[in-house]
Design a protein around this ligand. Sequence first.
Ligand code: ADP
Length: 192
Amino acid sequence: MSAFDGSSSSSSSSSSSSSVKRPNILITGTPGTGKSTLAEQAAARIGFSFINVGDLVKKHECHEGIDEEFDSYVLDEDKLCDVMEPMLAQGGCVVDFHSPEVFPERWFDLVLVLRTETSVLYDRLVERGYSEKKRTENMECEIMQVVLEEARESYDEQMVSEIPSNSVEELESNVERIAAWFANWQSNNTSS
Ligand code: ADP
C-alpha cells in the first residue's frame, strides 16, 4: 500500500519549512483518462504549478518530428528533461504526461496513474476526434495497463497509486485525496 492509499507516512526527519523543498507530483495515464483535467484542478487546489508536458514538448521543440504511423511526436527525452529540470528543482509542481518512464525517479514524490473504464474512454476518444487507429491503440494501451506497468517499473512502489477517473465525482474525490496527501506531507516535513 502506498502513502496515497491511506497508510501513514510519517517521516523520520523533521526540519523547518523553509529548508524543505515542496514535493512534485506526476499524474500519468493513457491519453483521455483525464490527466490534464485532474492535474490542473489539483495544482490550483494546493497552490502548485501545473506543467502540461505535451505543451512543453511543442513549445521547446523537444521532439524529432512526427511519427506518421502513430500520429504522435518522436520525443527527444534528453532535451525534454533538460527543459524540465529547472522547473521542478524547487518542487511544487503537478506534472501531466502519458509516459512516466522518461523522467528520473528522483524528481517525484507521488505518481498517480489514472484508470478509465473502456466504454467511458472510448467515448472520450471519439469526442476528441481521434482516428480509429489511434483510438484502438489507446484502448489497447489502457486495457493492457501499459502506463501502470511503466510507472511501477520506473518508480518506487510506495510512490505509485492507481486511481479511478470515470466521473466528475471521482475527479472531485481525486482532487481532495491529493490535497489530503499534501497536507499529510506538510505535517511530516515541517516543524511545528
Ligand atoms: P488527458 O489529459 O488524460 O488526455 P483530459 O484531461 O484532456 O485527458 O480529459 C479528456 C476528456 O475527459 C475531457 O473532455 C475532460 O473534460 C473529460 N474528463 C476528464 N476527467 C474526467 C472525469 N473524471 N469524469 C468525466 N470526464 C472527465
